[in-house]
Design a protein around this ligand. Structure first.
Ligand SMILES: Nc1ncnc2c1ncn2[C@@H]1O[C@H](COP(=O)(O)OP(=O)(O)O)[C@@H](O)[C@H]1O
Ligand SMILES: O=P(O)(O)OC[C@H]1O[C@](O)(COP(=O)(O)O)[C@@H](O)[C@@H]1O
Ligand SMILES: [Mg+2]
Length: 501
């Protein structure tokens, strides 16, 4: 892990407990930079828009549910075009890179960065970095023009290619410097944005006039602070096809069971939302909610009961669920090139366990079909709603970069586009809070047991009580500040973590 300094932390406070978690700006380390009028002022498409430019003071609250006497809390800078920019259009040399796993919408984001730069700001020099971070120093670049990217949003994947591992700070920043790049757009998940933070810090240390702007990507929706990540909506929609297939197979057999594995390494959002959307699911398993197989109240007993009642059932399991159980039969600490733990196939393990259980019962034949659609879901192009979302994220990012902001990601917070400091999203995963209403809705829609014993219930209650106390004492905003400066509040997913919102 790289040693991190305080370049990312920029807190401003105001009246009534107002806190702005601000993002860095080029002028923080390069004084007296020249500004230019925003070229959008002269763009006929936008000339009719009243108050098109964002007021310098506009910020967006992290929490919208507040109490009468509570502090105003943490805010983020509102995204959008500024009156002045810190780059002359003909001096911009931008690059775009995509890293980590695939996600629907990557091509749309690439397309819209290129088009926003060209059409809004008159920037013509945009390079694509081939194959993720290592492409900065080991591959040739791709010239990105509006013509080149015209149709790419209709395709899945990323036209730039992607990879895990290969983040070499010095080589990457050398390459940025050698090529004269002054705007770096980095599309990727938590790992990628950790890498982006390191690149930003090195650029700043070298005193280079280059901005680093991130667009958060992850199909798992596990990036904290933001409302949702792009591609998530598409993934939930696509997952319906697999769940439908599992349901058809299960319904057509005697004691038919359909098992569907969906992505979600640390967070079960896809499984949870796909279950809620489908209404055909009898059991949803996610990493945040522990379960057990055998004995009274266990999963196998529930499967047997549901089969006796309905004659068939559908199980949706997130890939990160029950990993500690799978590891008991097959443990290994293997990691991928980025250092992410490689998961065991919980779907296969669960299917085998169910089959083995019923094989022992002579009078209870079952038919089980296991469907793993994970890579098929990840490879589709983004749907209409994600396409629009990707467009706005990309445009926000370009506005921020042109305005000289750096070390930020663009993200949606309560429906408003904002700029969020890297520090706020990289050390922390967004998780399903199983003591929240959404998970209760899943339990009530599937009518599945929660698998929580009295000990766990007590533990959850204690955590919830502590949280209520903290909120009463108005410590929530204090905790957020603490977490920004490095002392992280560890989110277990059991409680609504203050940083998760
Ligand atoms: N702590 C880190 N510091 C620097 N680079 C990192 C770090 N973690 C991951 N990366 C780099 O980010 C890229 C993508 O990370 P990965 O975890 O595979 O995907 P994602 O960004 O989707 O989470 C990889 O090239 C990896 O080397
Ligand atoms: O097999 P791969 O490509 O390494 O990807 C598997 C992982 O990628 C994901 O789809 C997304 O992970 P990232 O956001 O880290 O890219 C996970 O759900 C999954 O565990
Ligand atoms: Mg990741």
């Amino acid at each position: 892990m790289e040693e991190r300094n305080n370049y990312n932390v920029k807190i401003e406070t105001g009246d009534h407990g107002y806190v702005l978690e601000d993002i860095p700006h080029l002028t923080d380390y390069i004084p007296n930079l020249k500004t230019y009028p925003n070229p959008m002022r002269f763009n006929p498409a936008y000339s009719v828009v009243k108050q098109y430019f964002i007021d310098f003071d506009d910020t967006v609250p992290e929490k919208v549910v507040v109490q009468k006497n509570g502090p105003r809390g943490v805010h983020f800078r509102r995204a959008g075009p500024r009156q002045s920019v810190y780059f002359r259009s003909d001096q911009v040399r931008a690059c775009v890179v995509t890293c980590g796993g695939l996600c629907p919408g990557l091509n749309t984001v690439i397309r819209e960065i290129v088009c926003a730069l060209h059409h809004m700001y008159g920037v013509t020099r945009v390079l694509g970095i081939d194959g993720g971070y290592r492409g900065f120093y080991s591959k040739n670049t791709i010239t990105l023009t509006p013509k080149f990217v015209n149709d790419i949003h209709k395709r899945g994947g990323t036209v730039l290619g992607s990879s895990r591992g290969g983040h070499d700070k010095s080589k990457i920043v050398d390459s940025i410097q050698d090529r004269g790049i002054n705007q770096v757009y980095i599309i990727g998940g938590d790992g990628t944005q950790k890498g982006a933070a390191v690149i930003y810090e090195e650029i700043r240390r070298r005193g280079i006039k280059a901005v680093v702007a991130g667009i958060p990507k992850t199909i798992d929706n596990d990036i904290s602070v933001i409302d949702r990540s792009f591609g998530f909506d598409t993934a939930v929609e696509e997952a319906q096809r697999a769940i439908n297939a599992a349901h058809v197979e299960a319904e057509s057999a005697e004691n038919g069971i359909g098992v569907v594995k969906l992505m979600g390494r640390y967070s079960g959002f896809i499984a949870m939302y796909a279950t809620l959307a489908s209404r055909d699911v009898d059991l949803c398993l996610i990493p945040e909610s522990p379960f057990y197989l055998d004995g009274e109240g266990g999963l196998l007993q529930f499967v047997e009961k549901r089969l006796k009642e309905n004659g068939h059932m559908v199980i949706v399991v997130a890939e990160g669920a029950g990993q500690e159980l799978v590891a008991q039969s097959n443990s290994s600490a293997a990691k991928d090139a980025s250092g992410n733990k490689l998961l065991k196939d919980v779907g296969l393990w669960l299917s085998d366990s169910i089959k083995a259980h019923f094989a022992k019962k002579k009078d209870f034949p079952i038919t089980l079909k296991y469907i793993d659609p994970t890579y098929m879901i990840r490879a589709v192009p983004s749907n209409a709603s994600d396409n629009i979302y990707c467009t706005l994220l990309a445009q926000s990012c370009v506005h921020g970069a042109m305005a000289g902001f750096t070390g930020f990601i663009s993200g949606l917070v309560h429906g408003r586009h904002t700029y969020i400091p890297f520090s706020r999203i990289v050390d922390h995963h967004n998780k399903v809070v199983i003591t929240d209403r959404m998970w209760a809705r899943v339990l009530s829609s599937t009518n599945q047991p929660s698998f929580l014993g009295p000990k766990e219930v007590l533990e959850f209650q204690k955590v919830e009580e502590q949280r209520a106390m903290e909120l009463m004492e108005g410590e929530n905003y204090q905790s957020n500040i603490t977490s920004t400066s490095g002392t992280r509040f560890e989110c277990t997913g059991l409680l609504r973590c203050l940083s998760c919102g």
